[in-house]
Design a binder for this molecule. Sequence first.
Ligand SMILES: Nc1ncnc2c1ncn2[C@@H]1O[C@H](COP(=O)(O)OP(=O)(O)OP(=O)(O)O)[C@@H](O)[C@H]1O
Ligand SMILES: [Mg+2]
Length: 348
Amino acid sequence: MNFPAFVYRQSSYALLAEALLLVLFCGTIDWLSGLEVSMSLFYGIPIMFAIWFGDRKSGLLVAILCGITWWWADILAGHVYSHVWVATWEPASCFGYFAFVAVGGAALKEKHDAVRARIALLEHTQRLEREIIEISEREQRRIGRDLHDGLCQYLAAIGCAAATLRADLLRQDLLEEAAVAEELAELLEKGVVQTRDLARGLVPVPMEEDGLPFALEGLATSVARLQNIDCSFRVQGEVKIGDTSAATHLYRIAQEAINNATRQGHANRIRIALPAEGPLATLSVADNGHGLSRTAAESPGLGLSIMRYRARLVGGEFAMNEPDDGGTRVVCTFPQREWSMEEEDAAA
Ligand SMILES: Nc1ncnc2c1ncn2[C@@H]1O[C@H](COP(=O)(O)OP(=O)(O)OP(=O)(O)O)[C@@H](O)[C@H]1O
Ligand SMILES: [Mg+2]
């Protein structure tokens, strides 16, 4: 049981009653301990208790009650003062101490509350940021799916119709019209390819449990083919990503790391790896380029901070270093999670 949370949940009357009990307890101990031992320090406990879990007003009230109780215990113990000014000074200094604890405690509590409020605001902002990113990624996936399943199929169907029309026109010896139909069919085919590429960019990772390894394999192959460099991917063990959203974040990290390796590091060899070990899995992208230290000052860029942010979103840690044999290595270590289809994706 969380003690502070339990006390916070109580009503203000219950808190005040508990503080009073503490005051009485301190007063009794003060009385029983006699005149030789001073117990005034301990009265700070009920005052702080009332301020911390209640408010400034109840703290001040408890401080006054502490003063009265201390005085009462002092009289009951039979304290005889040698001078009037000592009899005045002693209670006054005690009251002063209690008032100081009350005011100081209240200031401390205010500071503590302000820090808590700031942390709560920060957490709220981070949650909002995360939700905005999740929503935008989900929207992108939805648009990608619609493009693939809607427009792509529609263009393909028109393309088929244009090809049939061309064949009919050829049969009727209408060569000019047949050429136009052929051009139309070719244009439609290009349209299908472009729409499919667009859809693939919006849905880079298939919505399946092993979607990420599959997508990274495809990414490595296309980088190797299009940029004419040695780019390979290797998966080790059974990697559990959790959901499409996490898989997409990891894919985007790999994409940016590859972009940096070719654009900034001018690498001609890139190794993408996805090994799983126990509760953790790692995505690493290592290149044989110029290395961070030789290029890092060139531009502030956004890529690194976005990669770091995405790593945080999947509950992982991001690191970038220069291995001894040169180049740059980007590493994102993340916790493995059982696969679950997100509501939105499952509904699609
Ligand atoms: N693989 C790498 N090899 C060499 N230098 C790198 C590599 N990755 C990052 N860097 C260095 O770190 C800098 C910051 O990278 P970052 O991705 O944040 O920015 P950018 O790529 O310059 O711009 P942006 O990503 O916003 O288009 C790069 O400009 C580059 O100097
Ligand atoms: Mg970059």
